[in-house]
Design a protein around this ligand. Structure first.
Ligand SMILES: NC(=O)c1ccc[n+]([C@@H]2O[C@H](COP(=O)([O-])OP(=O)(O)OC[C@H]3O[C@@H](n4cnc5c(N)ncnc54)[C@H](OP(=O)(O)O)[C@@H]3O)[C@@H](O)[C@H]2O)c1
Length: 242
């Protein structure tokens, strides 16, 4: 029976992935900070729990040290906070977000790699925010740009026959993380749609998984604009949001 480990399995994209893999007959190692929260949303014979804060390297290593080998590990846990005023740059907020999304993901990579079966796959969840510099996303975008680079270098340095690597860059998904956003979210998809796109990409062995198609195509086009042109466009979008 296939086994998948998912961080951030208590909510949003991670929860939907866990539910869908269970439905497909997989065994799921569901990770989050609270056993009770995980147990409320995921239970049954094929569910195990990994309870730790990804910011705590020792806790991550300890919680996963006894986990039986998995075919797939999806490092999805993360957070998002936006910078309110770049002139009064909030370094604490910046540290919080980079710590969880980048350093926390590094802690999980170290803890989970020895638990992935030979021929298995490691997937890192980044974001489509890294296509272009978006207003107020200094912390979130920088943390996810780090995750992009981490995944791409791991793909170079890990023996692909031992562990293959996938980078996942979703557009907007309707989860508790985005429900607090106070701006329009073009192309927002449901967690079910996100899970389908991710599972299909992973099953096909894709090294990079992006969705939804139309929104990603627009971001790709915008990323090809000369920087000056993008700057004036982004500033206009910022004014419209204000
Ligand atoms: N939603 C989107 O539009 C979107 C778009 C692109 C990328 N993403 C990325 O997708 C991932 C999942 O996001 P989501 O929208 O599903 O968010 P969500 O509903 O808020 O879920 C976040 C998950 O991460 C876990 N988590 C957060 N901080 C943690 C920590 N310090 N230690 C352990 N677990 C922690 C949470 O667990 P607890 O229950 O313990 O809080 C929760 O299970 C994130 O990496 C996010 O950046 C989301």
């Amino acid at each position: 029976m296939n086994r998948v480990l998912i961080t951030g399995a208590s909510s949003g994209i991670g929860l939907q992935l866990a539910q869908d893999y269970l439905f497909e007959g997989w065994q799921v190692v569901a990770c989050g900070r609270s056993h009770d929260k995980l147990a409320q949303v995921l239970s049954g014979e094929r569910v195990e729990y990994g309870v730790f804060d990804i910011n705590d390297r020792d806790a991550a290593a300890g919680a996963l040290s006894e986990v039986a080998p998995v075919d797939l590990a999806i490092l999805n846990a993360g957070t998002c906070e936006y910078v309110n005023d770049a002139h009064a740059f909030d370094a604490e907020l910046f540290e919080r977000v980079v710590q969880a999304n980048l350093i926390g993901t590094g802690n999980c990579v170290a803890a989970v790699l020895p638990r992935i079966k030979t021929g298995g796959r490691l997937a890192l969840v980044s974001s489509s925010v890294t296509f272009v510099p978006l207003t107020r996303a200094e912390a979130y975008g920088a943390s996810k740009a780090g995750v992009d680079y981490l995944a791409r270098t791991l793909a170079v340095d890990l023996n692909a026959a031992r562990v293959a690597v996938s980078l996942i860059r979703p557009g907007f998904v309707d989860t508790p993380l985005t429900r607090k956003n106070d701006f329009p979210m073009p192309g927002r998809v449901s967690p079910e749609q996100a899970s389908r796109a991710i599972r299909r990409g992973l099953a096909r062995g894709r090294s990079e998984i992006t969705f939804p198609t139309g929104f990603i195509a627009t971001l790709r086009l915008l990323s090809w604009l000369p920087h000056g042109l993008w700057l004036s466009l982004a500033r206009r979008m910022k004014k419209e949001q204000a």
